[in-house]
Design a binder for this molecule. Structure first.
Ligand SMILES: Nc1ncnc2c1ncn2[C@@H]1O[C@H](COP(=O)(O)OP(=O)(O)OP(=O)(O)O)[C@@H](O)[C@H]1O
Length: 314
């Protein structure tokens, strides 16, 4: 047996309360603990205002935590802040650049800030990887939104960190560019880079992430391999076509929700830990409805996310 390898990121009882004059204190993170295993694509999800950016900004050294601890690639962010910072590349949510620098200059300056010696710089390779070679010498202000985002990803990688963190990297980026960005991120991950991303696109997280943590109102409410998280969803839906027009929803207390989706079709949501599809059909038959066709819909990450955040709010 080999010991568990050190995680890429370890967060222990992390707390953050924002205090500003004239407004009540705002607790953005409340005792959050989780590990990001090495080599994974890890999703950090949560509704607006859940505390995701706060957590990432603490790791980046941009926000000072109120309590708890964090290590990045084994380096404690308080005891070894320089090593912790060198181990992580962060793609921020906001697009901020000096509009007068070209992508090549922006990458060179960033590499300089990290102390990467000139012969070790990978500017051309990064420009090629994010499909910006032909814009290498254009002013940043002339780049499209998608190009600027890709330049931000390249900037985060100038010092070849073992961890790349992307905070909502595809907000406002069209589908084709999103796909390109994800291809690049997947490629980096294949080369061994651990990736952490926050996204509002649950489908994207479902496709990309090995593991997902969900935070809500500053608290961790899930942290599991993506497949296990989705398997936990208890709501399942069955769509039934019946043999006559429906004048109202059938009376069946064992269902979570009944939606009449057409004159002769109903979508019934049930909890698969309480009833099964056979019970649903039997209940309809007891109502005197003949069944013409049946299809089921499997739960996805969105169902899990909604039910977990609903439960946490209750
Ligand atoms: N500088 C600040 N001062 C006071 N409150 C803040 C500050 N920054 C964030 N907050 C509050 O802390 C909470 C968490 O914000 P945070 O930006 O971390 O959430 P988020 O999950 O990243 O949301 P979003 O996806 O909308 O960016 C929110 O209620 C927010 O209003």
């Amino acid at each position: 047996m080999t010991g568990t390898p050190e995680p890429a990121i370890r967060i222990t009882e992390l707390c953050k309360t924002y205090r500003s004059k004239g407004s009540p204190p705002k607790q953005a993170l409340d005792q959050v603990s989780f590990d990001v295993p090495r080599g994974q694509i890890f999703g950090l999800l949560g509704p607006n205002g859940a505390g995701k950016s706060t957590l990432i900004n603490i790791l980046a050294g941009l926000v000072v935590k109120s309590g708890g601890s964090a290590t990045v690639w084994g380096f404690d962010i308080d005891e070894h802040p320089r090593n912790a910072k060198r181990s992580i590349g962060i793609v921020p949510q906001e697009i901020l650049f000096d509009p007068f620098f070209t992508p090549r200059e922006a990458l060179e300056i960033q590499a300089g800030l990290y102390g990467v010696p000139k012969p070790e710089r990978i500017t051309d390779a990064l420009l090629a990887a994010v499909h910006l070679t032909d814009k290498a010498n254009a002013y940043a202000r002339t780049l499209s939104g998608g190009m600027k985002r890709r330049l931000l990803v390249a900037k985060a990688m100038v010092h070849s960190p073992p961890i790349l963190v992307l905070d909502e990297p595809t907000a406002g980026v069209d589908i084709e560019l999103r796909q390109q960005l994800w291809d690049y991120v997947r490629g980096l991950n294949k080369q061994g880079v651990t990736v952490v991303l926050t996204t509002h696109y649950l489908e994207e997280a479902e496709q990309l992430c090995d593991r997902i943590a969900i935070i809500n109102h500053g608290r961790l409410i899930a942290n599991e391999p993506t497949r296990e998280l989705i398997a936990k969803a208890q709501d399942k839906a069955v769509v039934v076509e019946v043999d006559r027009d429906l004048d109202g929803p059938p009376d069946a207390a064992c269902f979570e929700r009944i939606d009449i989706t057409g004159p002769r079709t109903i979508e019934i949501t049930y909890r698969k830990d309480k009833v099964n599809a056979g019970d649903v059909l039997a209940a309809l038959q007891r109502e005197g409805l003949g069944i013409i066709d049946v299809s089921t819909r499997d739960p996805d990450l969105e169902d899990v996310f909604l039910s977990l955040t609903r439960e946490a709010a209750a």
